[in-house]
Design a protein around this ligand. Sequence first.
Ligand code: ADP
Length: 489
Amino acid sequence: MRPLFRRLMNNRHRSWSIARRLFGISLLLILLQSVISSVVTTQLRRHFFHEHLEETLSRQIVSSYNVISDRLDQLSVDQAYACCSIDDYRSWLEGLSFENGKAGLIIGAAGLQATRDADRFYGTTELSRYAKDAIASSSGFTVDEADEDVPLAVKAVKLPGGDQTGFYVYMRPVYSMPLVRTLMQIKLVSELVLMLALAVALLVGLRLIFRPVRRIQSDLAGIELNRLESAELSSRDRPREFQPLLQEFNGMVGRLRRSSADQKQFASTISHEFRTPMTVISGFIQSVLNRDEGLRVQSRDALMLANREVLRLNRMLSDLLDLSRADNNQLKVLREPFDCLTSFREAFHLAQAAFPGNTITVNEHEFETPVWAVGDPDRLVQCLKNLIGNSVKYSELNSAIELHFEVQGECVLFSVVDHGQGIPGDQQERIFERFQRAEGVTLRRGDSSSGLGLSIVKMLMEGMGGGVRVESEVGIGSRFILTLQRSLL
Ligand code: ADP
């Protein structure tokens, strides 16, 4: 039984389908229930019908039996020969009291028969059958269960005086015995408890059976879209039903991986190929703007607009190139000790030049000496520029921006604070994902947004062993905080 049960439960046996396991377990439980129930019933019968009942009937028959055997004893030899007519027996039984379905019966080998109340309760044919059964049994005791609700207990005792005098038979329905009734109730309750236990066992069994489904579910939940190379699900040790499903899923992952690789390659080629001509165009525009003094105002404005757009396109291409390099594990981010205060100052000066309309304040003067951190100086400047650009973009025109530098234990913190639109709480996490923009945050006319900047900041900061987070309140403003590990050099 044990190996079979283990085989049913063990997911390693792939040949056992879920349906077969369910069927097997149900069959096993039903079998178990029937065996236990029949054992309980047999035990009850043995102990109570055949031990307790027989004892009770033997006790109860004594007084009426004594009355009749006394009568027989009182007869003289002659009288005994002449004895006994049915009327004699009837008159003897007259004196006895039988009630509630109990009955007394004298049955003799010579065919004499006398009943008292017996034929009131039972038909004559049944009476002789019950009596014969009891007389034929070795203990003189039988239980007739033709009527399942109220079985009939019958006890036959030989009367003194040889074959002629016959047997005294006493019978009574069992329902009047409270103990047996109670025991029947106990049997019912025990069967109910058993059924309940089996239901619980079935539930536990089902949970075990569906364990592979839950495992696949948690495997699926753990799949990251940007890690498709490890997204395939192993089909080893999984039930047979799941094999086609897993094969189909793995096939789909393979197709997605190929398509994603094609897309990355395409983005990488495009951004690479576009950058050179863009730089050339920007260079030419710059040189025309720088050299030609006689340009008309309209032409100069048009050229400056074109230059701004070329620079914006260039920035987007750089972002795309960074992302595709990161996807192909080709992005280089340093993790070296560097003076992060210098990079912070550089970002500040670049921001002042890029956004002359905004008042940008900084607390860097509080730090005199270099502060060493682990990371990449250029990438830190890139991240700060990106955050400052966003602060300008998502605030009122010419609003104030604050840059803070802080040393906190083993970390250095760079904060970019604005007093702009702020970001709703439920959006603050997703804005660090690719192509995600915060709902409810609007752009000024003429500005554009790709939804890539913050995902690149996050990727670069994590590449340096640091991180980025945001604290923001709608209508009040935002604080973006970059962190790096201090270098203990
Ligand atoms: P982009 O600015 O090109 O859309 P980002 O990844 O830099 O992409 O930013 C993602 C989104 O986060 C933006 O679209 C904007 O909704 C929100 N956001 C970023 N910075 C700020 C800020 N300083 N104030 C308000 N919202 C911001």
